[in-house]
Ligand binder design. Sequence first.
Ligand code: SF4
Length: 379
Amino acid sequence: MTSYAARAVNLKQKLWPDIHKDAWSDYRWQLRNRLTGRKGLSRLLRHAGQPERLESLDKCLSAYKWAATPYYISLIEKDIDRDPVALQVIPSPEEIGPARPHSSPDPLSEKRYSPFPGLIHRYKDRAVVLVSNHCASYCRHCNRKRTWNRPEFVPAGKTAWQAVTEYLENHSQIREVLVSGGDPLLLPQKYLENILDLLTSVPNVEVLRIGTRLPVVLPMAITDKLCRMLKKYRPIWINTHFNHPAEITKEAQRACERLQMSGIPLSNQSVLLKGVNDDFKTIKNLCCNLQKIMVRPYYLFHCDFVKGTDHFRTDIRKGIDIMEKMWGDTGGMCIPRYVVDLPGGMGKARVMPSDLERLDQDVATFKTFEGRVIKLHLS
Ligand code: SF4
């Protein structure tokens, strides 16, 4: 946890040399001082020693938004070509290169499963509500990057929110609502509170789940005040989105602790990203460090077939190999489920290697984590 933090001082010193630690720890300062757009990126690239990269990114900047918090930028080490944080946050010309034939802006067909913008109902007992299309930092691998410049994806105004609650009430099998976006926790607190009030006023909604990347990119925004508000809506679960051990800093740990101390359990969804975390050692470190800060590694997603993210997709066999090694090497609490969200909205599919080699009428044959073959007599 400390080694990355100790090395992560370089860009901070270059970009914000005189910043007082109180300002740095204030999420409002962080938001006011985000680097955004062409100007912000130019500043970052200049200080990272690669100003010439900017020219190749103009088209990309017109197609997709760019912003990053000073905190998240401060986690970047010198070499932005290989740094796992830089790769996630600095745009690449490959985002607007020719898309692979199976890539699409909406590969999960969320539009097809949206009775109206802002609500996705794919699985019988749960629904997703998109409450915002804004994020503190814009992850280049995001599977909703098509929504970044499109406010119409989010319900706005009383009538739109009434439609959401009516839909939830009219579909009494929906018991869990996933509050997503964009980043829900970036909304003004009172506005988010009103949304959570509305959602929990629906009698059949038993559980809320919030997806957020704030503990990763802006951990100082997880304030005691925010936690006190969220606590009122228990049972509420939060899914974080750590992808690399470099993101698990003291600040991130404190943010997670504040949520946990409010009685909110945390689990993590990572995406397998080429060059960022697609090797056994990194995923193992990530998951073990998550366990140390009491965040349960929940899903490891194969990178969706989203237009503009092809360069992040790694071979599924690599993911399987990582999962094989994880099983033999560390405890079950550290092992996420490796899944592919199938194109066309066909749902999540598990890509877990199995130790069951063969199942006969009376005998099940297993391969142990050390490679031995064991026959289990069933009768
Ligand atoms: S925080 Fe989530 S929604 Fe926002 S850009 Fe990153 S992955 Fe996409």
